[in-house]
Design a protein around this ligand. Structure first.
Ligand code: NAD
Ligand code: TYD
Length: 350
């Protein structure tokens, strides 16, 4: 019976990974460790919370003693580490919490794995889930490959880059069995509505302005979250030790084109006239140091592990919009209280 620690399992991507592992691997015990910050929501896991192989541990990865005690108590065989502060705009206003969670939190987990696994690393694995933002920003041409030099440009991406370096340092120095992946932008159900797609769906529904930073020409490469979870499953089970796998959607969009598609899909699903939502598009002050373009060359994971995204973007967006419109309670719960303070602070002065 393998005991797998998944950190950040109450968040957006983590909840899809937990669901996949709990339902697919009944012979694994899955431990979801999460501090339940503003971004963590156990409602995301309602459908698996009673499964026999699922356990929730409320804990903070910045607390080294707590993490150590949990390793003593549960004797984890593997870690899939997703817990992080994940929003670039928040990292601009509060970089220190990104340093604490993303860097110190990762080192605490690495230390605990090193200490408890010792030299007996047969069957053990520390999987660090990271982002393509560590590679910096592309111009009009080219793609990020696994060997692209790191050039992070926001406090978020710098803290993730530091955590990636530390994971590799533990493999090199202490022979910790690690594997990493760096993924492009995810979208889909359960994403906190501070990120572009759920924020716009929520605002369209409520007929509020859609804030587009700068001229809306920045480009992101979007992958449906369940495809990312499938890729994580593959890298975890089949990825070679000490290797990094880039994961992407071959799906580049300028923000403005993406938001226009989103507007039309929401209008259609709400039975509003086409063009209604697009009238809400509002260009606002750009994000400081806004990365121009991210795009992943995902040939390594495709060639070595056979991974390909399963959904076309149009299908993924239809599914995503449908989920947010059908899960009004989820959105209402999340956007009540502190969300409004965050929203006012971020957007009032733009
Ligand atoms: P998220 O913000 O939705 O979720 C993060 C989760 O981590 C939350 O449940 C939160 O409660 C938990 N957490 C935060 N600080 C913690 C702490 N100190 N201790 C324990 N738990 C803590 O993030 P996400 O979008 O699901 O991203 C998950 C991971 O994937 C992150 O490491 C992120 O860098 C990476 N990633 C995200 C994307 C994306 O597009 N969202 C793309 C590539 C990689
Ligand atoms: P986001 O979802 O924050 O992801 P990331 O910055 O990690 O790529 O943003 C996606 C893109 O959308 C990014 O170029 C910034 C832009 N954006 C807006 O134009 N308006 C918004 O309100 C937000 C949140 C993002």
């Amino acid at each position: 019976m393998k005991k797998i620690l998944i950190t950040g399992g109450a968040g957006f991507i983590g909840s899809h990974v937990v669901r996949l592992f709990v339902s697919k691997y009944s012979d694994y015990q899955i431990f979801n460790l999460d501090a339940l910050t503003y971004a963590g929501n156990l409602e995301n896991l309602k459908d698996v919370q009673d499964a026999e192989n699922y356990h929730f541990l409320k804990a903070d990865i910045t607390d080294d003693q707590q993490i150590d005690q949990l390793f003593v108590k549960h004797q984890f065989d593997a870690v899939i580490h997703l817990a992080a502060e994940s929003h670039v705009d928040r990292s601009i206003s509060d970089p220190l919490s990104f340093v604490k969670t993303n860097i110190i939190g990762t080192v605490n987990l690495l230390q605990a794995a090193k200490k408890h696994w010792g030299k007996d690393v047969e069957g053990k694995r520390f999987y660090h889930v990271s982002t393509d933002e560590v590679y910096g920003s592309l111009g009009e041409e080219g793609f990020f490959v696994e060997t692209t030099s790191y050039d992070p440009k926001s406090p978020y991406s710098a803290s993730k880059a530091a955590s990636d370096h530390l994971v590799r340092a533990y493999a090199n120095t202490y022979d910790l069995p690690v594997v990493l992946s760096n993924c492009s932008n995810n979208y889909g159900p359960n994403q906190f509505p501070e990120k572009l797609i759920p924020l716009c769906i929520n605002n369209i529904k409520n007929e509020k302005p859609l804030p587009i930073y700068g001229e809306g020409l920045n480009i992101r490469d979007w992958l449906y979250v369940e495809d990312h979870a499938r890729a994580i499953d593959l890298v975890f089970h089949k990825g070679k030790l000490s290797q990094t796998y880039n994961i992407g959607g071959h799906n580049e969009w300028t923000n403005i084109d993406l938001v226009k598609v989103l507007c039309d899909v929401v209008d259609k699903q709400l039975g509003r006239a086409t063009g209604t939502a697009q009238k809400l598009i509002t260009f606002v002050k750009d994000r400081a140091g806004h990365d121009m373009r991210y795009a992943i060359d995902a040939s390594k994971i495709q060639n070595e592990l056979g991974f390909k995204p399963s959904l076309q973007f149009e299908q993924g967006i239809e599914k995503t919009v449908k989920w947010y419109l059908e899960n009004q309670d989820w959105l209402d719960n999340i956007t009540s209280g502190n969300y409004q303070h965050y929203y006012d602070a971020q957007y009032k002065s733009r």
